[in-house]
Design a binder for this molecule. Structure first.
Ligand code: ADP
Length: 368
């Protein structure tokens, strides 16, 4: 592999259970000769991808994440970040076909379960071969690359429980090892990372972003992740959950469980504990239910992450995955939970490109 044998266009794809992530490398260092000889179809595809921010009715380019002036496989250019629901794969392939993709001899590097599931459709519809890469290798490779190339990639939340003083702070992650990487997609994977090629998947849970979205749609009748997050932002989980103080009538100090609402809510102790009462059920709002679902899923992941960090003896926990997209509630909860339950020894870190690392990682793997 490697250049100049890898013909353009260069794509990396991560076809997940919920979302497909597409990273496109636009070369900016083309010589005049190269430009002149570039075939029309390739030019059209480049123009189409870089001019638009919406593709069809469900594809989006995250313009705010675009990375300029980066080096990939010895070339300099721009990385573009595009996502669409995996359920729309049929429409995506049709669009790619209509742009002439099938006339190019192309191999696309792909990771995620969909790289297997859709392999035949890619070959049939757009004459594309998928070069498959391991999901977790790609995740780590992509994360380290983006982190190195974007000085403001990694950050933490200062004062996560104080809405007035809470803000993002850039974190210097230039000496990363060891760290825990908690990837929250449809499900959750927890990796202990000791070096660029030295990691283990130490845990995981099936209760992740997919569970949040599924349960929230069931409980509130909402129809999208964005709507679910909007509802949760206006809700109050104390109308749904049961707290330590409701049961003990105060602090349960023997076990170090605080009775106050804010702190105990981070433990998510008795999620949905009030919903056995018919009366409470009739007075609860959709917003409260969305918030309680979000808090339940987030706290469960937080407590798993904390146990893994203790087991692996690491004190930095990096959270990634699209569950955290437009979701400061969960990020702040995780930040607070890590800090509070570890007496300040664990630090929760977050990344701007959240869900795109797998796609970046396989693009790099193919063009190295
Ligand atoms: P996967 O590779 O399993 O699809 P992602 O990292 O892409 O995982 O995360 C998917 C999760 O991200 C969903 O389960 C949902 O909680 C959340 N999410 C964020 N944005 C969206 C969106 N626009 N549509 C659907 N889910 C979204």
């Amino acid at each position: 592999m490697g250049l100049p044998s890898t013909p353009m266009p260069w794509f990396g794809m991560d076809i997940g259970g919920t979302l497909s992530k597409l990273v496109y490398f636009e070369p900016k260092d083309m010589t005049d000769d190269e430009s002149d000889s570039e075939i029309e179809t390739l030019k059209n595809i480049r123009r189409y991808l870089t001019k638009n921010s919406a593709y069809g009715s469900t594809g989006h380019r995250d313009i705010h994440l675009q990375m300029d002036n980066v080096e990939v496989g010895g070339r300099t250019g721009t990385l573009h970040f595009i996502r669409f629901p995996t359920s729309e794969m049929g429409n995506f392939l049709e669009l790619a076909k209509s742009k002439g993709m099938a006339t190019l001899i192309t191999t696309v590097c792909a990771t995620g379960g969909g790289a297997y599931k859709f392999e035949d459709s890619f070959r049939r519809e757009v004459n594309m071969k998928l070069a498959k890469f391991d999901e977790l290798d790609s995740l780590i490779r992509g994360m380290l690359y983006v982190e190195t190339n974007n000085p403001r990639e990694c950050y933490y939340w200062a004062n996560p429980t104080d809405s007035d003083r809470c803000h993002k702070v850039a974190y210097d992650f230039s000496k990363p090892y060891p760290f825990l990487l908690v990837n929250i997609g449809s499900g959750v994977s927890v990796l202990a990372v000791y070096g660029p090629h030295d990691y283990r998947r130490v845990s995981g849970t099936s209760l992740g972003g997919g569970t949040f979205l599924g349960l929230c749609c069931l409980l509130t009748g909402c129809n999208s992740f964005e709507e679910a997050i909007e509802l949760a932002s206006a809700g109050d989980n104390s109308h749904v959950d049961k707290f330590v103080k409701d049961i003990y009538g105060g602090d349960y100090q023997r076990f170090g469980l605080p009775g106050d609402l804010v702190a105990s809510s981070f433990m998510g102790l008795y999620s949905f504990g009030q919903m056995n009462s018919k009366e409470k059920r009739t007075s609860v709002s959709r917003e409260d239910l969305a918030r309680a679902t979000l808090v339940t899923i987030t706290n469960n992941i937080g407590s798993l992450a904390r146990m893994c960090a203790i087991n692996e003896k690491v004190n930095r926990v990096v959270f990634a995955g699209n569950f955290l997209r437009v979701n400061p509630i969960s990020m702040k909860l995780l930040a607070y939970a890590m800090d509070y339950w570890s007496n300040g020894t664990l630090k929760a870190l977050f990344l701007e490109h959240e869900g795109y690392f797998g796609a970046v990682g396989c693009l790099l793997a193919f063009n190295e």
